[in-house]
Design a protein around this ligand. Structure first.
Ligand SMILES: O=C(O)C(=O)Cc1ccccc1
Length: 295
């Protein structure tokens, strides 16, 4: 078998999650095995230990911003380069048994719902819906949306509902009490594919590079200098975020997404300039950004 014939594998959150919907969309040809893991730490660990070629990590969302836990895990706990980025819509639904939670006219009865469970990011995406329609319900976060849907299925008669995907509702033979409950339309999630195996570059115009920058201590204006290294070369940044180093209160590094490949002439020069002023730079990856196209 030649190297290119080898079957590839990707670790991902459980079946029926938003992440599962995304990998089904981005690996549609059946040539990649999906290895489902309960928690995001298991997803990372699967690839770090060599069990899978890649991990699929939800990293940012239109409504809730960066998924800090996942970003920190990528930076502090593993050393896995970013191989691709995908954007995929996150459509959240209120899921339960309409036999148990149904009201009049075929709708659901909010007062019958005692508890709503979901992934913290999904919960945050539906915060206004929950406040307006289910202010009395207990909220419980779980490691994934599909774990929450499964918990509803396994605990009938308790008034429990979950926020999750249509896929999970169907897998667990539950009902979509209300569809599309996110507080804002056009809710998308950005996923990173990370791992030591290169990902065949899909046809996409946008190439990105992600770097981490530690500024030198006691250097007034260091961030300004970092930004100007990109600005005067007209290099576009699509994200800059400061995150704690976890070593000392108030110590942070900058996570920067750059809309240029590391193969370009300009970017290595900008990085060299930043290093010359005493910044430490770590490159997390240079990769294609694959947009979502409805099909
Ligand atoms: O739990 C899921 O469905 C996931 O894939 C994690 C997640 C949750 C909410 C938005 C994006 C990803």
């Amino acid at each position: 078998m030649s190297r290119t014939d080898k079957r590839r594998s990707v670790a991902v959150l459980p079946q029926g999650t938003v992440s599962d919907e995304a990998i089904r969309y981005f690996f549609p040809d059946g040539a990649t095995d999906f290895v489902y893991c309960k928690m995001i730490s298991d997803v990372f660990q699967s690839t770090a230990s060599g069990n899978t070629d890649w991990s699929c990590i939800p990293i940012e969302n239109t409504i809730d911003g960066s998924v800090s836990l996942h970003l920190d895990w990528l930076v502090h706990e593993v050393d896995l380069p970013i191989r691709a980025e995908w954007v995929y819509p996150s459509i959240q639904n209120l899921i339960g048994s309409s036999k148990e939670l149904g009201g009049e006219n075929g709708s659901w009865d909010p007062l019958k719902i005692t508890k709503v469970m979901s992934h913290p990011v999904a919960m945050a995406q539906c915060y206004q819906f929950l406040r307006a329609r289910l202010p009395h319900a207990e909220l419980e976060t779980l490691p994934s949306t599909s774990t929450a849907v499964r918990a509803v299925k396994d605990n009938p008669g308790k008034g429990w509902a979950a926020i999750g995907t249509k896929l999970a509702a169907a897998d667990n033979e539950l009902d979509l009490l209300e569809e599309g409950i996110t507080d804002h339309d056009n809710n998308f999630t950005r996923f990173l594919l990370v791992g030591s195996v290169p990902y065949e570059r899909p046809a996409t115009k946008l190439l990105k590079t992600t770097i981490l920058v530690n500024l030198p201590e006691d250097y007034p204006g260091a961030l300004h200098q970092v930004l100007s290294a990109f600005a005067w070369r007209r290099i576009n940044l699509s994200k800059i975020e400061s995150r704690p180093t976890k070593k000392k209160l108030g110590n942070s590094y900058f996570y920067i997404d750059i809309e240029l490949s590391l193969d370009s002439v300009l970017l290595p020069a900008a990085i060299a300039e930043i290093e010359a002023i005493g910044c430490q730079v770590r490159i997390l990856g240079s990769y294609p950004s694959v947009p979502y196209v409805k099909r």
